[in-house]
Design a protein around this ligand. Structure first.
Ligand SMILES: [Zn+2]
Length: 309
């Protein structure tokens, strides 16, 4: 290396001087230029939230642990019992029709994984009682009992759904919930809670909105840990059959608010059914084969092993 002037330094000085020269040569800013505070970039917009049409849903890539086998899921298409069609939606569809459509779709998707056997509680035109369904689930040795429903919440108003019909509508309380009952001894108590939390968590992960429970006061209390999970607080004599009676872990999934027009439209979409099925599959995998993080000591008390097939 020679001792002459280091070229890199000269270049740097030259560049620096050039910059200053340019700055001096630039015209003064016009008075109309807004202050930096005004032209600051706007805060990024929050992503669209369910049940907006553009709200994203994620289809979970479910991985089945080795030895998972095929679990037997009894899928109750809620209502459709004699004299019991459930609520009437914002488009005047009976709840029983919604639950049957979603149950049949979910059954197909779960079975397609090769890791579930699914029995749906009724077919179109059948009206089995809830007692019949319970007996069928027991005879079939179902490992889980999942009952599908939709909610009818809050103060609704009449609106003209089509030229021919007016239906009830309330767009202020969207979201799903997963319900269980705690009036039972262990180990079924923890098994119900574990199932309810796992399904609620995976639906939330998929992009569905957990319902806040504002209209549940006196009927269901929110879980302290998992948004979208609720425990029954019905009085004796008004308790929910499918939450209390099954000897295997049982929950109700209220898929959405049936009086919310956008949410009802979402539940007519293929992508919703696909994301829902993957969330249910992942939730059931969590229950039977808890992920390592969920088996950490702090959470052991909230998880209970389910009976072997
Ligand atoms: Zn219902």
């Amino acid at each position: 290396m020679s001792k002459s002037t280091p070229w890199p330094l000269i270049l740097i000085l030259g560049l620096s001087a050039g910059c200053e020269e340019q700055a001096r040569a630039a015209p003064p800013p016009p008075e109309a230029v807004p202050s930096p505070a005004v032209i600051a970039a706007p805060a990024p917009e929050a992503p669209p939230r369910w049940p907006t049409a553009s709200a994203p849903l994620t289809v979970a890539q479910v991985e089945f642990p080795k030895g998972f086998g095929r679990k037997r899921i009894y899928l109750d298409a809620g209502h459709g019992a004699p004299g019991n069609d459930g609520n009437t939606s914002v488009t005047c569809e009976p709840e029983a029709a919604h639950t049957l459509r979603v149950a049949e779709d979910l059954a197909k998707r779960l079975e397609a994984t090769g890791h579930f056997q699914v029995k749906v509680s009724r077919k179109s035109g059948q009206r089995p009682t809830y007692q019949d369904r319970l007996e069928q689930a027991e005879r079939w040795r179902a490992q889980l009992f999942v009952s599908l429903h939709s909610d009818s919440r809050g103060e609704a108003r009449w609106w003209q759904s089509t030229m021919e019909q007016v239906c009830l509508r309330n767009d202020s309380a969207p979201g799903y919930s997963v319900l269980y009952a705690d009036d039972i001894a262990e180990p079924l108590l923890s098994q119900r809670l574990t199932l309810a939390r796992a399904l609620a968590r995976r639906m939330g992960d998929a992009g569905f909105l957990p319902y806040g429970g504002e209209d549940y006061v006196g009927l269901y209390a929110p879980d302290s840990e998992q948004p979208g999970t609720f425990v029954s607080r019905h009085l004796p004599g008004q308790r929910i059959f499918v939450l209390r009676k099954p000897p295997m872990p049982s929950v109700i999934i209220e898929t959405h608010h049936a009086l919310d027009l956008e949410e009802v439209e979402r539940w007519r979409e293929e992508r919703t059914l696909e994301a829902f099925a993957a969330a249910v599959a992942q939730g059931v995998v969590d229950v039977f084969a808890p992920p390592p993080s969920a088996a950490a000591p702090a959470r052991v008390s909230t998880r209970a092993a389910l009976p072997a097939p």
